[in-house]
Design a protein around this ligand. Structure first.
Ligand code: HEM
Ligand SMILES: *[C@@H]1O[C@H](CO)[C@@H](O)[C@H](O)[C@H]1NC(C)=O
Ligand SMILES: *[C@@H]1O[C@H](CO)[C@@H](O)[C@H](O)[C@H]1NC(C)=O
Ligand SMILES: CC(=O)N[C@H]1CO[C@H](CO)[C@@H](O)[C@@H]1O
Length: 366
């Protein structure tokens, strides 16, 4: 696979496969079952991931990119389909292989995204905007809008992305990145780390309370908001860094991921699978409550009805009963069948988190 002489042939073949991929998936949608998640890889150490088999190629206009610098990077290097449309299985393999994301965190993130933004009948999701490439839509109120869709997975107070209220909610924002650098200077001596993450998370929430009349950070978003600030210090730092350098992200590397969605030259993924264990400490250092501005700017009211980052069973319940059921109040046939499967894959990730959440079956059990 890695032999240079075969590179043109491989490039040609992968082109064929990419071109074929969507019609094949769509054609098979009525038939085979949704596959179970791929198992964790057998080798989980540091590894060169900016390798010859995965060159950076800037996305074409028609390629879909979105709010997640991790997935954008994987697509720009061919760890994910370069057009930005993938199956949950492809995303799981890519985040595990390319960034050493722990299987549990990978499944949690991927299946929650798929349930909110993907096409459950065709088992495809866009990592950016809405596209016909994910197949025909199920009936409204389903959205199937891809990861750019505000208020599903994507939400307010992102790190380098503006709140949807201010316009583009998914592109890199240079002014926010200036703040990112300032906070890294002040709290991290020029590096982003989990101390900076806690301060910046707090700051971005206060900014949105002050400036965004529609600001909302409820249950699931409250969790992802704290999760995403843990990612730069865990995933974007070269896996060969140890000791005092561990978990310290320099600004050139940060810019490469956030702005260009590109692995730095010679980048090695983390040396051990990254789970969500850093998130609780970041929250504890600078906690904020879930809630929203109820009547314009500076009218933030705490609302714990949808759970929070420290109430996983609460947000599991809200996620299923409000978010998913809101999109799929009355599914039938294959859609219902696949909802049941994906909800199961999602629920499975709550086991062993110390939270014994009662499983919900809004669409029955089979
Ligand atoms: C496993 C599948 C993944 C999905 C479905 C996913 C999806 C998303 C989405 C929808 C957002 C936007 C949240 C917002 O509104 O701010 C986001 C943000 C983010 N993701 Fe991912 N992500 C995944 C994996 C990863 C990985 C592996 C990394 C790191 C290597 C990563 C790093 C980030 C970061 C740093 C942000 C914050 C971006 C910003 O606001 O500047 N994600 N992700
Ligand atoms: C960053 O810090 C510099 C120097 O203190 C300041 O002039 C600038 O306004 C700050 N930028 C942001 C976006 O906070
Ligand atoms: C982040 O960097 C600052 C400055 O070097 C340091 O005081 C702090 O302990 C670091 N935090 C973490 C979690 O590494
Ligand atoms: C709710 C909202 O404003 N979403 C926007 C996110 O950004 C895309 C692209 O700029 C817009 O098309 C969406 O309307």
């Amino acid at each position: 696979m890695h032999t240079k002489a075969f590179a043109p042939l491989i490039a040609f073949l992968s082109l064929v496969i990419v071109v074929q991929a969507v019609p094949q998936e769509v054609a098979s949608a009525g038939g085979p079952d949704v596959p179970s998640p791929p198992p964790p890889p057998s080798f989980v150490g540091a590894m060169l991931v900016a390798d010859e088999a995965h060159p950076f190629i800037a996305p074409k206009k028609s390629d879909l990119r979105g709010p997640c610098p991790g997935l954008n990077t994987l697509a720009n290097h061919g760890w994910l389909p370069r057009d930005g449309v993938a199956t949950p299985g492809q995303i799981l393999t890519a985040v595990q292989d390319g960034f050493n994301m722990h299987s549990n965190l990978a499944r949690f993130t991927t299946y929650s995204a798929h349930l909110l933004d993907g096409n459950l009948e065709y088992d495809l999701i866009s990592i950016g905007g809405k596209t016909p490439k994910t197949g025909p839509d199920p009936p409204a109120p389903a959205i199937v809008g891809g990861l750019n869709t505000h208020g599903t997975f994507e939400g307010d107070a992102g790190i380098t992305r503006l709140d949807a209220f201010f316009g583009d909610n998914h592109s890199f924002n240079p002014a926010l990145f200036e703040q990112f650098k300032n906070f890294s200077m002040i709290y991290g001596n020029g590096y982003w780390n989990h101390t900076v993450a806690a301060e910046f998370r707090y700051h971005r929430i206060q900014e949105s309370i002050r400036d965004n009349p529609t600001f909302e950070i409820l249950g699931f978003r409250h969790s992802t908001a704290y999760a995403e600030v843990s990612f730069p210090g865990t995933f974007f730092v070269d896996g060969r860094k140890t000791g005092a350098e561990f978990g310290q992200l320099d600004m050139a590397t940060a810019e490469s991921f956030f702005k260009d969605a590109r692995f730095p030259v010679d980048f090695h993924r983390p040396a051990a699978p990254v789970d969500g264990s850093a998130i609780a400490g970041i929250f504890a250092a600078r906690p904020t409550q879930p809630g929203r501005n109820v009547n314009g700017v500076n009218t933030f009211q705490v609302d714990t009805s949808m759970g929070s980052v420290i109430d996983p069973c609460g947000f599991y319940q809200g996620f299923v009963n409000v978010n998913v059921k809101g999109l799929y109040p009355n599914p039938t046939g294959l859609l219902r069948k696949n909802l049941i499967k994906n909800l199961q894959f999602f629920y499975d990730t709550f086991a062993g988190r110390g939270a014994d959440c009662q499983q919900l079956f809004p669409y029955g059990q089979e």
